[in-house]
Ligand binder design. Structure first.
Ligand code: PHE
Length: 450
């Protein structure tokens, strides 16, 4: 395909792409979701399946998705349109862009609600709500927050306004710079917390829990969850990484860049696990406590630490920031599309799209309180949104991307764009995208869902 230009601008360097993509990848998925689904799915064996999914499916699909974006240089919907034309492919493949847009709406609608919890916790921490906390009082504070729909709505609203504000300004201004300071800071605090966790008596038990592989605990559903999480945590399968790839300079190597992002993302998830589970085991908490795990363990740790109030406040601030840098990548694909195809200004597009997503978020809010008993397929609204997006739509999107790049596109066009230095690595990648990723995802989806 002839060289395309992005109307939204480009990242100023390969590093800024890495930063932005890492900002997208590292978020609630790493710090909030990974620990709690690991707890729910029995630990070690689940972690191993998740790591395998990252290596043989996530990384190859991420390379494919970035490549599509950089070839098309537009929003995922239009990039897929353009590629379908250019490659003489069936119209069907354009659906990858549209499906991604739907996933983005649904994910951001609940993501913002959870990010709102971390906003609430910044103030609870700073106000000393957790001074002298016990396992019980921490549980009560969390329960009170979830039981209060007005409060949840308030925090959700604030988070959506922040997200829209940044997307409206364009990704170049503001975000690039702040991520480069805040992400390392978040990592630093996690390492400080890791130091604390290692000093607790539960560390050995936690380490065993995370890294000893008891395969009897693996079920078809937990494999679906591990695979889904690999997509979720790497921001794959819905166009976020395709949109970011569209702004990536031509000179950067896709393979190396993607490896860096995936490494950082995985590292942060594992460190988060090593921080949270020692606290769980030292305090007799429940590893399978579900979505509240992060919010019920860390305040306990902070309350027992010197200067815990300061660290705790800073920690939840950084979690909120990590969530924000992911949230903007959920909004960017659709906003970019509205700017390109509907002739809207960025501000108008971000506002309208933001309002729709904000409204959808109300369903998630109510599923924690007033509608907690309203269940479809035995799941609350939040659980359904989470399951549908992470465990079905993202893997399906990734599957289609892998097939499109591996089988539908002209071989030479792909090779020219991916351009790996080592022919061996290129062949490994090609084999993974063509065969391993599609087959593995298809098997897991079919098995897990039936
Ligand atoms: N990767 C983000 C996280 O782990 C979530 C996300 C999913 C962002 C899909 C963009 C697209 O928190």
């Amino acid at each position: 395909m002839a060289e395309q230009k992005s109307i939204h601008g480009l990242w100023r360097s390969r590093w800024l792409f890495i930063l932005a993509a890492t900002g997208s990848a590292v978020g609630l998925g790493n710090i909030w979701k990974f620990p709690y689904i690991t707890g729910e799915n029995g630990g070690g064996a689940f972690v191993l399946v998740y790591l395998a999914c990252i290596c043989v499916i996530g990384i190859p699909v991420m390379i494919a998705e970035v490549t599509l974006g950089r070839l098309g240089r537009q929003s995922p919907i239009n990039t897929m349109h353009a590629l379908v034309k250019d490659q003489n492919a069936a119209k069907f493949w354009g659906g990858i862009g549209w499906m991604g847009a739907v996933s983005g709406f649904l994910i951001l609608s609940f993501y913002s609600v959870i990010a709102g919890w971390s906003l609430a916790y910044i103030f609870r921490m700073a106000g000393g709500a957790f001074d002298g906390a016990t396992a019980q009082s921490v549980g009560t504070i969390f329960g009170d927050l979830l039981g209060n729909p007005e409060a949840l709505l308030g925090w959700h609203t604030i988070f959506m306004v922040l997200t829209i504000g940044i997307v409206a300004r364009g990704v170049n201004k503001g975000l690039e710079r702040s991520i480069s300071i805040l992400m390392p800071l978040l990592f630093l605090i996690l390492v400080v917390l890791l130091g604390y966790s290692m000093s607790t008596e539960g560390f050995g038990a936690a380490f065993n829990f995370l890294f000893s592989f008891d395969f009897s605990k693996i079920t078809a559903e937990s494999i679906v969850v591990a695979l889904g999480h690999a997509f979720f945590t790497l921001s794959l399968g819905m166009g976020a990484i395709m949109a970011y790839g569209a702004y990536m300079p031509k000179s950067a190597s896709v393979g190396k860049t993607v490896l860096t992002v995936a490494f950082l993302d995985t590292l942060i998830a594992l460190v988060a696990g090593l921080v949270i589970f020692p606290i769980v085991f030292s305090n007799g908490l429940e590893a399978g406590a579900g979505p509240g795990l992060l919010f019920q363990t860390l305040p306990l740790a902070f309350s027992q630490m010197p200067a815990g109030t300061v660290f705790g406040t800073l920690f939840f601030l950084l979690v909120a920031f990590a969530a924000l840098s992911s949230a903007i990548s959920l909004g960017e694909p659709v906003v970019a599309w509205a700017v390109e195809s509907k002739g809207m200004s960025r501000v108008a597009a971000a506002t309208w799209i933001g309002i729709v997503i904000w409204l959808l978020g109300v369903g998630t809010i109510l599923s924690f309180n007033l509608w907690a008993d309203f269940k479809i397929f035995g799941r609350t609204i939040f659980d359904n949104l989470d399951f549908l997006t992470a465990n079905i739509l993202l893997p399906l999107g990734g599957l289609l991307i892998a097939i499109f790049v591996g089988w539908v596109m002209h071989k030479q066009d792909v090779a020219d764009e991916v351009k790996m230095e080592s022919p061996f690595m290129y062949n490994v990648w090609r084999f993974l995208v063509k065969f391993v990723a599609p087959v593995a995802v298809a098997i897991v989806l079919i098995n897990g869902l039936i």
